[in-house]
Design a protein around this ligand. Structure first.
Ligand SMILES: CC(C)(COP(=O)(O)OP(=O)(O)OC[C@H]1O[C@@H](n2cnc3c(N)ncnc32)[C@H](O)[C@@H]1OP(=O)(O)O)[C@@H](O)C(=O)NCCC(=O)NCCS
Length: 183
């Protein structure tokens, strides 16, 4: 039987390891080109996106975590950070309230390794990071028709609290927002 992923498979992305960054970019581009997203990601664009997250690390606002399989290959990537208030709509900011809120930005798992807990262990790593940063809540969003992620939010004890349209990868869609209060 296929093994389940645990915290032992999670680490921070090492940007100095070209192979790991390349694999993370491949996983990211393939995940968001697939259903339900059907976005226009090349591996090069995904790499640029992943490189842009270095800024979050430099500012000590965020972290990029990866899941590796048994042979040490990156098969999943997830990024989390405390929110940049400038990027949020007024109504979303109002619902979140003042203070520090931690955003589960993106998560992508290679198709053949899905449904084995890889995304859940990335959520756990990000939640731990959010707590260390003293965030009041964690929040995230996904497409209205992303059943896999919505089920996962519910399983992780997150509640739906907002919706609005958003564009990524050249596609606009309705996004449903979920959150969990940490304190
Ligand atoms: C959504 C995604 C990240 C889930 O990754 P995963 O590693 O397969 O998820 P997990 O194995 O940790 O699943 C945890 C829980 O989520 C739910 N879930 C995950 N995939 C599901 C699916 N296809 N259908 C229904 N529920 C699902 C289940 O409740 C599951 O718990 P269970 O296995 O005990 O039933 C993955 O499908 C993916 O990469 N999708 C494409 C990119 C994407 O949509 N990212 C999210 C952007 S917001």
């Amino acid at each position: 039987m296929a093994y389940k992923f645990t915290q032992e498979h999670v680490s921070e992305l090492n940007y100095r390891k070209n192979q790991d960054v390349s694999n993370a970019a491949r996983v990211y581009a393939a995940a968001f080109r697939g259903k339900p997203w059907l976005e226009k990601w090349s591996v090069a664009d995904a790499r640029k996106e992943i490189e842009s997250w270095k800024q979050l690390i430099a500012e000590q606002n965020g972290k990029v975590f990866v899941v590796k399989n048994r042979v040490g290959r990156v098969i999943g990537v997830g990024v989390g950070h405390v929110n940049d208030p400038e990027e949020l709509s007024g109504s979303l900011k109002a619902k979140l309230g003042d203070g520090k809120h931690y955003y589960f930005k993106d998560v992508a798992i290679e198709r053949k390794f899905r449904k084995r807990g890889a995304s859940s262990v990335l959520s756990a790593a990000r939640e731990e990071h959010a707590r260390r940063l003293g965030a009041k809540s964690i929040f995230s969003r996904t497409r209205f028709d992303n059943t896999a992620r919505i089920k996962q939010f519910e399983k992780e004890g997150m509640n739906r609290f907002h919706e609005e349209d958003h564009e990524t990868g050249g596609v606009v869609s309705k996004r449903i927002y979920f959150r969990k209060r940490l304190r």
